[in-house]
Design a binder for this molecule. Structure first.
Ligand SMILES: CC(C)(COP(=O)(O)OP(=O)(O)OC[C@H]1O[C@@H](n2cnc3c(N)ncnc32)[C@H](O)[C@@H]1OP(=O)(O)O)[C@@H](O)C(=O)NCCC(=O)NCCS
Length: 140
């Protein structure tokens, strides 16, 4: 088993678990399902974890190229967000995010809840685009 106290060397273009969170009643819409805006927010944060690592610093979300809600997320669902880098540009990083939800304690209820592609831009301290450092291991 890997040691969680040590950095894990992994390719950014491989799927990785970015967030694991229980959907709470405070995050519902008027009909009692989990609000799509909450899911989008979690997906943006999940994608940014990959972008920040690729950019080795600050990033800003510049675009959401795709967002599809596949099945509803329900209150109490254990919600997992997996992310992987799909492209590195000069200053931008595109990240694919998949959202999975399951009612606890029922692993058979696990289902694909949403899919998204975000584009982040590496920015400097003034918020201006900056080139992304590109070691060979990050090339996609
Ligand atoms: C992000 C920001 C710094 C980019 O500045 P900019 O002057 O527009 O940057 P550019 O036009 O040079 O584009 C930068 C990169 O983003 C990409 N990009 C810009 N708009 C895009 C879009 N709609 N879709 C995909 N990529 C896009 C460009 O292709 C470029 O990529 P590359 O360098 O890898 O080729 C600026 O737009 C900004 O501050 N936006 C607000 C960000 C924000 O508040 N986000 C929400 C909170 S994080």
């Amino acid at each position: 088993m890997s040691d969680p106290t040590q950095p894990q060397p992994r390719r950014l273009d491989a799927w990785r678990l970015a967030i694991r969170v229980v959907a709470m009643p405070a995050d519902t819409n008027a009909y009692g399902d989990i609000f799509g805006g909450w899911i989008m927010s979690q997906a943006d944060v999940a994608g940014s974890t990959i972008a920040i690592e690729a950019a080795q610093g600050r990033v800003a979300t510049v675009a959401v190229k795709e967002f599809r809600f596949v099945t509803p997320v329900l209150v109490g669902d254990l919600t997992e967000l997996h992310a992987r880098m799909v492209h590195i540009g000069n200053t931008s990083i595109s990240v694919e995010v998949d959202v999975w939800a399951q009612g606890e304690p029922d692993p058979k209820s696990r289902r694909h809840a949403a899919h998204a592609v975000f584009v982040y831009v590496a920015v400097d301290a003034q918020g201006r685009p900056r080139p992304i450092p590109r070691p060979e291991s990050q090339l996609v």
